[in-house]
Write a protein that binds this ligand. Structure first.
Ligand code: HEC
Length: 123
């Protein structure tokens, strides 16, 4: 009788330990998943940046109204944008403190900067 009770106690203890280890295993799996697929910093995607999708959208919605084909700086179309990348003017004006920086969100300027750093490809 006494031995039987001890065996039940042992199995109870075993069950508790098993539940705790399985739960902590499951919790650690969840954390692994979160770690494997992190959000881009600040929710801003600076990896999948292309001229045709990202850059053109930013420039045509926020810059081309003043920098179209009206003389002066032209940011309409890849060739004109590339000219202003190569002469350093685009990078200078969108950098923090630059004359046009206030027109852009910080994600906009991070994406333009990332694209310029990749060599401003026509992609
Ligand atoms: C409200 C009108 C307006 C908007 C919108 C605007 N700009 Fe400008 N920008 C100007 C004016 C005016 C100048 C000075 C004259 C010139 O060089 O065309 C200028 C100058 C520039 C220059 C030349 C700076 C230099 O050193 O010669 C660049 C590059 C530029 N802007 C980029 C941009 C970008 C990028 C945007 C969009 C985020 C933008 N601008 C939006 C009015 C604007």
């Amino acid at each position: 009788m006494r031995n039987e009770i001890n065996i039940y106690r042992f199995f109870n203890l075993f069950a508790i330990v098993a539940v705790i280890s399985i739960s902590s295993f499951l919790i650690s799996c969840e954390q692994d998943e979160i770690y494997v697929a992190p959000l881009p910093p600040g929710g801003c995607d600076t990896v999948n940046v292309t001229y045709s999708v990202t850059i053109q959208n930013i420039l045509s919605s926020k810059c081309v109204s003043c920098h179209g084909n009206s003389g002066g700086v032209d940011l309409n179309g890849y060739a004109n944008v590339k000219t202003n990348v190569d002469n350093g003017k685009l990078q200078k004006t969108i950098a923090p403190g630059g004359s046009m920086a206030g027109l852009l969100s910080s994600c906009d300027s991070q994406q333009i900067t990332a694209w310029i750093n990749k060599g401003a490809p026509n992609n």
